[in-house]
Design a protein around this ligand. Structure first.
Ligand code: SAM
Length: 286
């Protein structure tokens, strides 16, 4: 089976199975050999690595991963792709395809079953309609995941890598920053896919920290503060946080905490770094 990473082979496979890309599953198939090689290189996958791929599609990136890795576990929601994958991946004995919704599978059990609970790497061209839930699930599960190298919408990549003061900085930057260092590896134009997405894309490499950069009394409370601060981005922190009954704080208490931290009492969330949100969370949570 020749590599699928070009337009002619991709069209040939889709025609053979009388298929077209399904919008509801966010299907945009990669057809750019250079981008596919770039993803594998950025992921740091070697012959010792077990990879979890999310959404193999017709098996394009899977072929490159199967060549580079020890083993690939690919989770695909679309059952009509199962016969296609059986065909395009028939030459590889190190690939297992699981026909499931990645948001419903137990990632920890997969890693236990296929890699003796040793750390794996996640590599994927993600379905854009559920990028954030997938990334949060991977990190929040606490499963042994070393890194996540994924194609996402360019705008989402910007939000993941930005720091305080930037217009793209927000809840996603902080949530990712709590678990991993984030790097934009390359920007990818719509012409690298069939069908072409209506937005630009980028590959990000998220390397999970061995030790989290901040420690707090209550992680749930910290994340509630972060979500609240950016739900009402234009409001001061004292206004937005005191408006959320779950946080049980008054306007004055927030202002007092900010002043104690050496921050303007009228500050908005967009100027605070993760370490400052952590400090604020511990002060407010009594
Ligand atoms: N990896 C292929 C490629 O690069 O050409 C396809 C990538 S396409 C952007 C996203 C893939 O994710 C599709 O195959 C789609 O069916 C699959 N997908 C969408 N939602 C999913 C879900 N909840 N769980 C698992 N796979 C999903």
């Amino acid at each position: 089976m020749a590599y699928l990473g070009n337009s002619a082979r991709t069209k040939e496979v889709l025609a053979k199975y009388n298929m077209s890309a399904k919008k509801k599953f966010g299907q945009n198939f990669l057809i750019d050999n250079g981008v596919l090689e770039g993803i594998v290189e950025a992921s740091g996958v070697t012959k010792d690595t077990c990879v979890l791929e999310i959404g193999p599609g017709i098996g394009t990136l899977t072929q490159y991963l199967a060549e580079a890795a020890k083993r690939v576990i690919a989770v695909e929601i679309d059952k009509t792709l199962m016969p296609v994958l059986a065909d395009t991946l028939s030459e590889y004995d190190n690939v297992t395809v699981i026909n499931e919704d990645v948001l419903k599978v137990d990632i920890e059990s997969i890693i236990k079953e296929y890699n003796d609970n040793k750390p794996i790497k996640v590599v994927a061209n993600l379905p854009y309609y559920i990028t954030t839930p997938i990334i949060m699930k991977l990190f929040e599960s606490g499963a042994p995941i070393e890194s996540v190298t994924v194609m996402v919408q360019k705008e989402v990549a910007d939000r993941m890598v930005m720091g305080p003061g930037n217009k793209d900085y927000g809840a996603l930057s902080l949530a990712v920053g709590f678990y991993a260092s984030a790097e934009n590896v390359m920007d990818v134009p719509p012409s690298s896919f069939i069908p072409q997405p209506g937005v630009g894309s980028a590959v990000v490499h998220l390397k999970k920290y061995e030790n989290k950069p901040v420690q707090v009394k209550d992680e749930k409370y910290l994340f509630e503060i972060i979500r609240t601060a950016f739900n009402q981005r234009r409001k001061t922190l004292s206004n937005s946080l005191s408006n959320n009954p779950n946080l049980k704080v008054s306007r004055e208490q927030v202002q007092e905490a900010l002043v104690k931290m050496g921050i303007d009492e009228k500050a908005r969330g967009e100027v605070l770094a993760l370490s400052q949100f952590a400090e604020l969370s511990d002060i407010l949570q009594r």
